[in-house]
Design a protein around this ligand. Structure first.
Ligand SMILES: C[S@@+](CC[C@H](N)C(=O)[O-])C[C@H]1O[C@@H](n2cnc3c(N)ncnc32)[C@H](O)[C@@H]1O
Length: 246
């Protein structure tokens, strides 16, 4: 990286004040906030700067839980995961309910990493006597440790493999895809595994907002399929559900 392309600290919203310009922006943000929201908000606006103040206010409106953490001691295993902010946490109840309430006992998960989705799927599988098979090109030791600690190992098979190289012949009730997020790869995953999803089954994909290529693959693959109903969530990186009519 050349010296001229290194971001200067004053270019970042939280960086030191770059003299008059940022100071002026902070004062303006404070003045804008004081009328409608009072002195406390004005001080926040000045200290955070306009961009972070806006993000802070949005957070308080959209997800106040993140500013006022829950008492975790009284929560169930599933609920404890649901209040731990992460890149997929807002979709874990959907993964759980689509599996448990289907019921969809034969689950194939492509992309395991640290096991957030794995645990939600496994808790559901346990409730219905099902099984989750998870595939990843990495060994995923954190996921393995979490599954073990949660007592869910009897319901789990982990396969260390490139998903496209995996020999697969088994029926699937819930196929969950969260891997490379590349267009061609996602399309290949759908071509390879979707035909094994049974009628009444479901295909879910994470990151269909943050990785538009995943959404593009969904659109191309399911175009013209009258047996599939697709619906899409945009928040928390995006999540898409494709239900196969029974
Ligand atoms: C976004 S992470 C998965 C997150 C996980 N679902 C969770 O909720 O914690 C993507 C994972 O996909 C794996 N992956 C990428 N390409 C893959 C492939 N071709 N086959 C299997 N796994 C792959 C990566 O190693 C990584 O662990």
């Amino acid at each position: 990286m050349s010296a001229s392309s290194v971001p200067h600290p004053v270019d970042t919203p939280m960086g030191p004040l770059p003299g008059g310009l940022r100071l002026g922006a902070r004062i303006r943000a404070a003045l804008d906030a004081v009328g409608p929201s009072g002195l406390r908000a004005a001080i926040q606006a000045f200290l955070l700067g306009p961009e972070h103040f806006r993000a802070f206010r949005l957070l308080a409106k959209v997800e106040p839980m993140l500013l006022f953490p829950q008492d975790r001691a009284s929560l169930s295993d599933l609920d404890r995961m649901l209040v731990e902010p992460g890149d997929i946490y807002a979709h874990l109840p959907t993964l759980f309910r689509l599996t448990r309430d289907g019921p969809r006992p034969r689950v194939l998960e492509l992309g395991t990493r640290s096991g957030d989705s794995t645990l939600a799927l496994l808790l559901a599988a346990k409730a219905i006597g099902g099984r989750v098979t998870s595939v990843d090109i990495e060994p995923c030791p954190e996921a393995t440790a979490r599954v073990k600690a949660a007592g869910l190992a009897p319901h789990w098979t982990f396969l260390l493999s490139d998903d496209l190289g995996l020999p697969w012949r088994d029926p699937i009730d819930h196929l969950f895809i969260d891997t490379s997020h590349r267009y061609e790869h996602t399309l290949e995953e759908l071509r390879k595994f979707e035909p094994f999803v049974v009628p009444g089954g479901v295909i879910t994909l994470h990151d269909t907002t943050s990785h538009p290529e995943v959404w593009r693959a969904v659109e191309s693959y399911f175009r013209g399929r009258s047996d599939i109903e697709v619906y899409r969530y945009f928040h928390n990186n995006g999540f898409t559900v494709a239900e196969k009519r029974g």
